[in-house]
Structures are given as structure tokens and as C-alpha cells.
Ligand binder design. Structure first.
Ligand SMILES: NC(=O)c1ccc[n+]([C@@H]2O[C@H](COP(=O)([O-])OP(=O)(O)OC[C@H]3O[C@@H](n4cnc5c(N)ncnc54)[C@H](O)[C@@H]3O)[C@@H](O)[C@H]2O)c1
Length: 356
């Protein structure tokens, strides 16, 4: 039996759309791309060459006006256009897959969740780090109860530069606030925070943040924060001025700890309970694994097939504003409140609960 694939349009055919999303669409049994919109003439020409038969538009307005057979829109523009394009697509009754961050303000993100609920269409953020094989391995270890309940996590992302967009449009848009909405907190914060939400099993209640900018750009290149959760605490350190490229995450539970360093995974499990006797130090069983996750490939193309399956499942299950969309809203809250905290002498600020 031939199953009709869901028809989608990519808005913003830049680096992540071409190198990350497209290979996953081409491998998908559920989703296919029938139209593309991009404001850059050379990106449109390249899309036409790569995707023969796909209709190409100069802007999202013409695409949404002309394409009457669409099921979903994939928003892969820089953040300044995310909320505007998502709003139009939802108004047209289309499901929305949106690159991170979902928007550049809490109000816009909240508006999109409310609109998706009202229109009964799926709003799904591109939280692809959840689909990295090594992160899936961490999930399995936590679910098995190996280290007990987690109460403390650290999340470090070290980059020697900001990621560059395609040269056809504005390769340094991440350093211009009008396009990016902010620096590394806006660009990479989502990946950091949705992992913290998962590992600490909830949403944070307060944030304290500090940022700095070494260059002459108007967006920050270094960001640190502390997040209070009902279950514990998370600290994050994100930098575009590091001496190497790496993610290092640590998770600390009642009975042990996990350390992720790119593909390398170290699981420490406590032997017995800590003794009061200083002559009987705690012993650990330490296991090391390597889980190939291709961290050096900035397109993370291998992770998108798994993410697109979840997007398709959400459409099947009519899970319009699911956990992923809620996570995206809370990410936006942490990011925007971090800017307020940093601007106010690193004052601890409360976060929203968004309870309806
Ligand atoms: N999930 C991930 O791992 C990951 C990785 C990289 C980028 N991203 C996200 O993907 C998005 C795009 O990043 P990128 O690195 O591909 O940038 P990019 O600059 O390479 O691509 C952006 C494309 O959007 C086009 N564009 C700009 N404004 C537009 C508009 N109003 N309408 C239509 N097209 C428009 C540009 O011409 C360009 O082709 C960002 O939100 C970024 O945060 C996510």
C-alpha cells in the first residue's frame, strides 16, 4: 500500500535546511518537500538545482498564497523571522516545524503556542540534541535507574567561533541582534536548557546569568547561568571564544554520575553508601563507553531523521502543543530572563510557570 507523504515547504534554504534537514526528508517515508522560499536569489537557484520539480518562491507570503496542497512548513530562517512565518503558517492551517529558538521573545513564543492550540495544528521545535545517539544513551541509563535521581547537572558548550550562515545572505547574522535576537544564549541556549529540563524532570523556577562580548558585535559571545529547579540545580557555560570545540555535560544522581564529553560517556556508580569513617573512602565502579554521535558535523544531519519521526507522530496523534512546544516556551523564558538578569547586575530573577 502506498501511503501519501505529508507535503512540506522549507522557508529559509540555508545551511541547516540543506545540510541537516534535506537529507532527512530525502530518507523519510512520511514527509516530502514540495516548495521552498528564500529571500536570496542564489539560494533559490541552488535549491532549484538540488530539488528538481520543487516550486521555488522569493518570500513566504507568495509561497503560502500559491501552495494549496501543503501539510506543513519547516522554518529554517534566522530567528528574527520564526514567529512571523509560524504565525502565517498556522493561520493557513499548516503544521509547523521550527528551528530553534522558537521566537525571540516570551510573548511571541506564548502567542504561537496559543495559536497552535486554537488552530489545532502541531507546533514542533527543532530540539535535535535530544536525538543525538549519546544523549539517547544517557536517557537509557537514567531510565534504568543506574545513578538514581539526578539533582545537579552542568552543561558546557565550547565553540571557537560562532556558527556561520551561508555566504549568500549574511554569514555573520548570529552577531547582529536584529536578525538573531541575541548571541550564544539565544543561539545555543535552547539545546542546553531542554536537556536540563529532561535531566532534572521539570522546569526551573529562577535564573541568574552573566554574559560578555569580546568582539565589536552587538550580541554576547560568552554566557554563564545558574538555574534553580524544584529537584536541584543546573549550571551552564556557553562560549564562542573557546580554545576547542566540545560539549561536556555532567549529571549527578543519588548513586552515581554520568559524564558526556562529545561521544565519550563515563558512568560512575557508587559501591555501597558513603561511610562516616574517613578510613573507608567511597568506591566507584566506572564504566566507559563511546557512542558515535558525529558532534563535529555542525549540521547534525544524522539526528534529524529521528526528530522528523517524532514530528510526524505528533501530527498523527494530534498532539498540537506537546512537551516539545512547552519546552521551547520555557527555553525562551530562560533565555529572555537571562538577558534581564545579566543587565541587572546578575540578579536572580524568577521564571514563569506558564500554568494555564
Ligand atoms: N538545530 C540545529 O542543530 C541547528 C544548527 C544550525 C542552525 N540552526 C538554526 O537554523 C536556523 C538557520 O540557521 P542557518 O545556520 O541555516 O542560517 P543560514 O544563514 O545558513 O540560512 C538562513 C537562510 O534563510 C534565508 N532567509 C533569511 N531571511 C529569510 C526570510 N525572511 N524568508 C525566507 N528566507 C530567509 C537566507 O537567505 C538563508 O538562505 C537558525 O534558527 C539556527 O538557529 C539549528
Amino acid at each position: 500500500m502506498t501511503v501519501r507523504k505529508r507535503k512540506g515547504a522549507i522557508v529559509g534554504f540555508g545551511f541547516i535546511a540543506e545540510k541537516g534537514h534535506l537529507p532527512a526528508y530525502q530518507a523519510s517515508e512520511d514527509l516530502e518537500i514540495i516548495a521552498v522560499a528564500d529571500v536570496s536569489g542564489s539560494r533559490r537557484a541552488w535549491a532549484a538545482q538540488l530539488l528538481p520539480g520543487v516550486r521555488i518562491y522569493e518570500d513566504v507570503g507568495s509561497l503560502l498564497h500559491c501552495e494549496q496542497d501543503l501539510d506543513f512548513v519547516d522554518i529554517s530562517t534566522p530567528p528574527y523571522a520564526h514567529a512571523m512565518v509560524a504565525k502565517h503558517a498556522l493561520e493557513r492551517g499548516l503544521h509547523v516545524l521550527c528551528e530553534k529558538p522558537l521566537a525571540t521573545s516570551i510573548a511571541d513564543a506564548q502567542g504561537l503556542l496559543a495559536q497552535a492550540e486554537k488552530q489545532r495544528r502541531v507546533l514542533f521545535p527543532s530540539h535535535n540534541y535530544q536525538h543525538a545517539p549519546v544523549i539517547k544513551a544517557v536517557r537509557a541509563i537514567l531510565e534504568a535507574g543506574t545513578i538514581g535521581s539526578v539533582h545537579s547537572v552542568t552543561l558546557n558548550t565550547f565553540r571557537n567561533t560562532h556558527a556561520k550562515g551561508v555566504r549568500d545572505w549574511n554569514t555573520n547574522w548570529r552577531r547582529e541582534k536584529r536578525y538573531s535576537g541575541g548571541g550564544i544564549a539565544m543561539d545555543h541556549g535552547s539545546h542546553t536548557f531542554y536537556l536540563a529540563f529532561e535531566w532534572l524532570r521539570g522546569y526551573p523556577t529562577a535564573v541568574t546569568a552573566k554574559m560578555s562580548t569580546l568582539g565589536s558585535f552587538d550580541t554576547e559571545d560568552n554566557y554563564v547561568c545558574t538555574l534553580d529547579f524544584p529537584t536541584g540545580i543546573a549550571t551552564a557555560h556557553l562560549t564562542w571564544t573557546a580554545g576547542n570545540r566540545k560539549v561536556i555535560y555532567t549529571l549527578h544522581g543519588d548513586n552515581g554520575a554520568i559524564r558526556v564529553e562529545d561521544d565519550e560517556l563515563e558512568i560512575s556508580v557508587m559501591q555501597g553508601t558513603p561511610s562516616d569513617n574517613p578510613n573507608q573512602p567511597t568506591k566507584w565502579n566506572i564504566e566507559k563507553q563511546s557512542v558515535s554521535s558525529k558532534w563535529m558535523d555542525a549540521s547534525h544531519s544524522a539526528w534529524f531523521s529521528s526528530l522528523f519521526e517524532e514530528f510526524s507522530e505528533a501530527i498523527d496523534q494530534r498532539d498540537f502543543v506537546g512537551k516539545q512546544a512547552q519546552d521551547a516556551l520555557h527555553c525562551m523564558d530562560v533565555i529572555c530572563t537571562s538577558y534581564a538578569s545579566a543587565n541587572d547586575g546578575c540578579r536572580e530573577l524568577p521564571l514563569h510557570s506558564f500554568l494555564s
